[in-house]
Structures are given as structure tokens and as C-alpha cells.
Design a protein around this ligand. Structure first.
Ligand code: DP6
Length: 362
């Protein structure tokens, strides 16, 4: 598939107005996407767990304008209030996707969006936000061209979401999702994400993710800046090769249910992501002292309790604690007793694997 296949042919149905709502989840990468080429093409493949509770709900009300203007006509409400600082990101997104959604300037869009998690939690809402927006826009396109098939709808939604934020393309489906061309994964593509195509051992079903909110502040460095620092990074090529190898290893691990091997890959990926940040020029550290304290506690609890919890990190200080459902009681007790003290205002979110975005009916 090339990007040209996402350019629509002539729309067949006139549509004057309508309204659509999608709820799309966040996701947490196990093998991380860090580094990109032009047009949001990832420098390496990645794989993620789709989450369930952390989600964005977006309603788009669309009405045809009398005359197609030169600009995009839209209003943006975040949790019921206008949000001018989100506008540039949406405008940049519309510019990137306009060729693929040529109806955009023919409609006025009222976009109302809200998150299930607190905005100031340090959890990036770009993955769930761009995924919900892309799905809403695909719904409008399907009104204009009712022949669009369900598979293509999902694929193009992921393609569009990617153009908004790379990791967003992994937030359309669940529960295990892969993005980026990989020789061992048939159907994998740099252009969109796919549902993980192989058998997965039962121990990975309903895997749990407790997100410890260590630092709820605004990120010091945006992901886009971080990705760009992989250009000319001294360890870039080795890192990209490692991501390919880790996905290959995970294929075996997912089949066999080898939790110890899973833990090693996931934690190494998280630390490698941060190592890339620490060794770029300029260099930066996004972990906080409490991030490291939590990691050490996790390691000692794991060694002494015969459980299989492990951590992963995003481009920030918060810690995702991953563990099998069968160990939920033991691990959640440990989190309450020993880790919550390291969270800002004691805040954390209990989440688990989810099955992808949903259209909400009025
Ligand atoms: C560390 O998807 O936020 O979370 O494409 O520039 O919007 P842009 O970046 P973004 O990068 C996410 C990076 C990561 C790892 C991952 O989710 O794979």
C-alpha cells in the first residue's frame, strides 16, 4: 500500500450536516517509537498495548458552508470551553490530511473534546485525541462515500491519526497493536498500525497497567523535538536495529507466555528510550528522582514476591506498572503500600488492556 491509496475518488453522496462522537483510548508502547523521517514515517517499528480507561471522547458537528473558503473553518471546545492553544496543532493536522480528506474546507466543524484523565496528569492526550478526531473525520467521509469498507475505514483512520501524532495510529484498535514495517510481521506498514496478527498467550489477556503520576507538569521537551534529535544521534542506527530485534523476540514471547523474557524487553526498551534522550545533543533527563525510586522498589518487590510486575516509561517521569491480571491483588496492594507515596498528590490511574476506539451513539 502507498499513501496514494488513501486519496479518495469522487464523493458520491451530498451531505449537508451531521454529528458524530468517538471515544478513543490511549496506548502504551512496549517497543518504543523514537525517531522519525519526513511525513511522520517512523524510524523503527513499535508495538503497544491499547489502554481502556484513559481515553478521549470527541464529537464533531459538521455543516456544509455555502462557499468553500481558503481556510479551515472550525471551533474547538475542550471540556466545554474554547481552547485556543490547541488550535495550531489541529490546524497543522488539517493541513497534513487535506489531500486525503478533500471535503475539509467545505464544512464548518465544531469539535468538542474531553479526556477521561485529568488534563494536568502529564499523560499525553495526543494519541487518544488524534485517534478520536481521525475516526470522526472518517465517519464524515463515509457519509460522502458509503462504499468505504470497514477494513479500509480502520486503516485510513490509523493513517490519518499517524499524521496528527505518530503514536496515535496505534490507538484505533486493540489490544495489541503494531506499527512500522517489520520483516517478521506480515501486513506491517510504516503508514498505519495493524492489530498484532499472531497468537498471543492467555497470560497477556487483560494485562493491567497502573499509571503512577510522578510529575503532572507540562513536558520539558516535546516528543517532536525529541524525535528530531535522533537525526545525527551517535547511537541511532544501533537503536533502530535493536527495536527490530526486540519485536522479533517479542513474537516468540507472546506465543509462549514467557513473562521473565517479556519483563526484560519492556524494561530495557523504557530505559533505552531515556538513554537516547540523555545521549542526544542537546541532552535532557525526563525522569525525576521519584521515577528511579519507584523502579528500584519494583525490582526489589519482584525479587521477593514471585510476581511479574514490570515498569515502562513514556517521554516523561510517570511510570506505567504492567502486570498480569492474576497478580492484580498482590501488586495493587504493593502499589498502595509502597509506591503511591512517590506520586504527586498520591495520584495514580488503574487501567488495563482495552479493545480500541468506539463510536458512541447519541
Ligand atoms: C515515547 O507519537 O507523541 O511515547 O509523532 O511527534 O506526535 P509525534 O510523537 P509521539 O511520540 C511518542 C513517543 C513515545 C513512544 C511511543 O509511544 O512509541
Amino acid at each position: 500500500m502507498t499513501h496514494k491509496e488513501f486519496l479518495p475518488s469522487v464523493y458520491t453522496k451530498p451531505v449537508t450536516d451531521g454529528k458524530v462522537t468517538y471515544k478513543a483510548p490511549s496506548n502504551i508502547a512496549l517497543v518504543k517509537y523514537w525517531g522519525k523521517k519526513s511525513n511522520q514515517i517512523p524510524a523503527n517499528p513499535s508495538i503497544s498495548f491499547t489502554l481502556d480507561a484513559c481515553a478521549t471522547t470527541t464529537t464533531i458537528s459538521y455543516s456544509r458552508v455555502e462557499e468553500k473558503g481558503n481556510d479551515f473553518s472550525f471551533e474547538l471546545l475542550f471540556e466545554g470551553k474554547p481552547k485556543p492553544d490547541f488550535r495550531p496543532k489541529i490546524e497543522a493536522f488539517f493541513n497534513r490530511v487535506e489531500d486525503y480528506l478533500p471535503f475539509l474546507k467545505e464544512y464548518h466543524l465544531k469539535i468538542e473534546t474531553s479526556n477521561s484523565f485529568p488534563h494536568s496528569s502529564g499523560i499525553a492526550s495526543s494519541a487518544s485525541g488524534m485517534s478520536a478526531l481521525a475516526l470522526g473525520l472518517m465517519h464524515i467521509e463515509k457519509q460522502l462515500d458509503p462504499d468505504i469498507k470497514a477494513d479500509f475505514f480502520i486503516q485510513k483512520a490509523s493513517f490519518l491519526a499517524r499524521l496528527g501524532s505518530g503514536s496515535a495510529c496505534r490507538s484505533i484498535e486493540g489490544d495489541l497493536v503494531q506499527w512500522g514495517s517489520h520483516k517478521g510481521i506480515p501486513g506491517s506498514s510504516d503508514l498505519y498500525a495493524i492489530k498484532y496478527p499472531f497468537e498471543v498467550h492467555g497470560v497477556f489477556h487483560e494485562y493491567q497497567d497502573t499509571i503512577l503520576l510522578v510529575d503532572k507538569g507540562q513536558k520539558q521537551v516535546s516528543s517532536t523535538v525529541g524525535h528530531n534529535l535522533m537525526h545525527g544521534h551517535p547511537y541511532a542506527e544501533q537503536r533502530f536495529d535493536q527495536a527490530h530485534e526486540n519485536i522479533e523476540k517479542l513474537n516468540e514471547i507472546f506465543k509462549e507466555g514467557n513473562l521473565n523474557a517479556f519483563i526484560h524487553i519492556v524494561e530495557s526498551e523504557a530505559l533505552t528510550l531515556h538513554a537516547m534522550m540523555m545521549t542526544s545533543m542537546p541532552y535532557f533527563i525526563l525522569m525525576k528522582p521519584n521515577t528511579l525510586k519507584i523502579i528500584k522498589k519494583i525490582w526489589s518487590f519482584r525479587a521477593s514476591s514471585n510476581t511479574h510486575l514490570c515498569f515502562t516509561l513514556d517521554a516523561g517521569a510517570n511510570v506505567h506498572v504492567l502486570y498480569p491480571k492474576g497478580e492484580k491483588e498482590k501488586v495493587q496492594q504493593f502499589i498502595k503500600d509502597e509506591l503511591v507515596a512517590y506520586c504527586e498528590n498520591g495520584q495514580y490511574i488503574c487501567d488495563k488492556l482495552g479493545f480500541g476506539a468506539k463510536r458512541l451513539l447519541p
